[in-house]
Structure formats: structure tokens, C-alpha cells
Design a protein around this ligand. Sequence first.
Ligand code: SF4
Ligand code: SF4
Length: 407
Amino acid sequence: MHQSDRRNFIKNAAGLLVSGVMSKPLLENLTYNQTGHYKKDDLIIRKLGRTGIQLPIVSMGVMNANNPNLIRAAINAGIRHFDTAWVYQGGNNEKMIGNVLKEMAINRGEVVLATKVLLDRNSQQAGDGNIKKKNFMDRFAESLQRLQTDYVDILYYHDVWNVDQVMDPYIKEAFQQLKDEGKIKAAGFSSHVYWPEIVRKAADDGFYDVLLLSFNYAMSNDNNTVDALKYAAAKGIGIIAMKTQCQQAWYKQNVPAEAQAFYEGKIMHGALLKWVLTHDFITTAVPGFNTYEQLNEDVMVAYDLRYSPDEIKFLEDHHIKVAMNAVCRFCGECSGTCPYGVEISKLMRVHMYAASYGNYYMARITASEIEKNKGLQQCHECPVCMATCRNSVNIANRLEELKMIMG
Ligand code: SF4
Ligand code: SF4
């Protein structure tokens, strides 16, 4: 998109707000085209499965953002879907979104809000399912208060790692009750493990409306993930992609400095986000931008999915492809390879939050979910680490780095 187009985009999107009040629904009067997508004024809009929700293909993952002005800028730039969670910044993330929407007098129907309930280990293992259900409902009630709203569009059961959690009758009961009471529109779950089996099971079961899953260029050779997503989408489940920028820090270990400097920023963000969104079974992505520059880089993608020559160069660069192998997919295949039982896969996620995102709060929360005898302290820093990765993640290095960061 040329500079003038970019200015028009910001102007048009901002034009939806008149004296702080949304003048006209962004998505009204759209025509449905033969490819199954909506298009208006070049902003690409897709349907979120069977939910009836329509979304621009770029949304905002708010987890790492703590600047309310960035939320305002995102709204002015045309972002309509905000993905937050009870656990992000100890609830302050939800409060920030609620305050901004109130201050800007945004009509509630003009934005799509998603939040998540994370159940800690004790709640997960509660013998009495009714206690689990109550904890789930109570936490969601707090989220509504912080967001200053009567309902959310999507509620996720956050961070599930097995089929039993997805099928949990008490959690389903909670979701159904919230739907019946009009407090949620769609039920979903998010997962940070290798999820194809879970996704297929959910698709067959038919209860969940929306799935929030990692999907990125590092998975480009993994047909199993793509097939599972296609399968779920064909059954009417809306798919939202997270972790779309591949924990970008890791490509630097394998890419010459000159190339890093060239790709950094717009080329890299544009290429990675476009790669995700060229898969039309993905409705929208929730990149976690936390600067104005990143907002602009990401939001431009919502208008044009064609790769620039530099973006193609990035995606085809041998060094980048090698680096993608060093992106941990949290598949869990390494955990059994440590003789001391260290839960490596989860620690790799802790490392991602701490070292790649600089989000120490999420790193600590995730670390606290690991059983004590499987955590970081259990790693003996053996002279030669025996843990092996199915790809090329340097497990020993990351654990050592994590010890330095987390103490
Ligand atoms: S380190 Fe490798 S094997 Fe372990 S979870 Fe990550 S990608 Fe899978
Ligand atoms: S160094 Fe490797 S093998 Fe040794 S305890 Fe740590 S993770 Fe396990």
C-alpha cells in the first residue's frame, strides 16, 4: 500500500468516529462475494465461522500492551476486535480496555470483545466439578466488571492442553449458562500445546464456536496442523490465529546481521502476518503489537494481502527458513527426554514470554502452572543436556537463559 493509501486508510477508519461516537457501523451493508469473504473499501472482512460475527482480518492481541493511547489509536485505525484475558496484567488489561471504550463512548455493538478464563491447577483438579464451574463463572463475572460491559462476544477457556478439558461437562455447563443468560455470544478455547488432536475432537463434538490457536510460518511444513484447521473451519468453527509473528527474536540467531537489519520491522511483520492470513480458514489474527509502529505495520495487512518483493525475499530466505526450525511449537515431545522429568515444553513457553516478549508477569504465571518437581529448579544444568528437540530448539541454552532472567 502506498503512503497516500495508508493515510486514506487511517482517515477513513478515523472517520467512523465523530466526536468520539461511532457514527456508522463499520461492517454494515457489506456484499458477500463468491470467495466467501466480504470486502469493503479494500478492508478485508471475514466471517467467524457460524457465530455471525464479522471481523477485519487484523485484530489486536492486547496482552503485551499497557498504553491506553495505543488502544485508542487501534480503534482509530480500524481495529474492531480486542483479545484480552482475566490473567493479563492481573486484570489491568481488561480494565484498560473497558476504560478506553467508555471514554471514547464507543457503542458496545461496534467492537468485538474476547476474554479468557484461566483455571489454576487447584481449580483444574477440584474433585467436585461444581467447584470448577463456580470458579469459572466467578472469574468471568470479574472480567465483565473490569471490562464495564454486560457481555463479551467470545469467551475462551484459556490454555487447555488436553481433550478431557475441552470435553469437561462442568465447563460446558458454565458456557451454556452464560450463553443462555446473554453474557457471552460464542464459546471457545485457546491452547498453547500441539493442538491438532484437540482441534479435531472439538470439531467433531460441535460445542465450541471459536478456537484461538498458534499458527505461524514456522508451521509451514506441518500439514497436520493445516488439515486440522481446515477440518474445524469446514464444520463451522471460527478460527483465530495467535503467535503469528513466530516469537521473532529467534530468527536472529540464524540470520546474518545485515539481513536482520534489512528485514526487521515492516518487511518481517508484513510477511509473517500475510503468510498466516493467506490461509482463508483463518478469520482474523491477533498480533500482540505494543507500539504505534507495529500497529501501522500490522494494520496495513488488513487492506492488502499481496506480498511485496521484499516480503517474498524474506519468506524464501534460506536463513529465515532455518531459523523457523528454532521456533518452539510446544509439542511436548522433548519433555520425556530429560532424565530428571523437567517439563521442558512449558518452560520454553515461559522463556518465550520472558525473553522474547519481555512479559515477566506472564512468564511467572505460566511457570507457576508447572508442578514443583518438574520446574526450572529441577534442571541440574547437566554437563551435556540430554533433552532433545524434534526441531532445532537449543533447549539447554534457553533453560540457562531463563535461569538468568528468572533467578
Ligand atoms: S523444544 Fe522442540 S520438542 Fe520441545 S516442545 Fe519445543 S518444539 Fe517441541
Ligand atoms: S540440563 Fe537438560 S537433561 Fe539436564 S536436567 Fe536440565 S533439561 Fe534435563
